[in-house]
Ligand binder design. Sequence first.
Ligand code: NI
Length: 240
Amino acid sequence: MKLALMTYTQVETYLQSKDSVIIPIGSVEQHSPVGLMGTDHLIAEEIAYQVAENIKIIACPTLSYGMSNHHLAFPGTISINPTTLIAVLKDIITSLVGHGFKKFYFINGHGGNIATCEAAFSELTREQDIRCKIKSWWMDPTIHQYIKEFFGDRDGHHATPSEISQTIYFYKKAFDLPIRDFQIDRSKHHWPLSPEGFKRQFPDGRMESDPSLATYDLGKKVFEKSVEVIQKDFLDFEGL
Ligand code: NI
């Protein structure tokens, strides 16, 4: 159930029996010469909408932008600073609290959002008796293990074949995949990196990943596994 496609009377009816909502969050940032700028928010959105449809829970419109400061040296990247993002998250949740929502489950596609979301949740739960969670799909142990079976240690940490595979599954027409070899650089670095530092360390935008392993079929598999696992995690969260 997409909030954007509901009327306020339908939301009113929903609130008579439920107080949970799912919010997809991602980023607009470079994903190597192969992956799409929207990779992180497109995946969060597809998982969120599928879970929401399966179990009749409202999913809000996607928060497409995220905290991507370290990717700003690559054209097209748009980043929201942590303090701005905290303010946006607080305004969204406070709006929904005013209508009677009490449980907020963020499905996340981007690692850079985690610390900021947690900080916003700490501020919000000091003020209001609500429940918030951020679930980063690729960090779930079951999904992580599943991905490892296909890509091993060439999944890496950014522009990963597991995420690029899913976007090929959703948006095949957007890809003109070059067949090329990617070298993996595992040299040590300090974190967080500045935009310049990131580009020095990871010149083509990948972080220890091999995007050439991405395929439509594996994308379908990883997506379906993610929906199954995250749906269960949501129900656990809702039932606490
Ligand atoms: Ni990503």
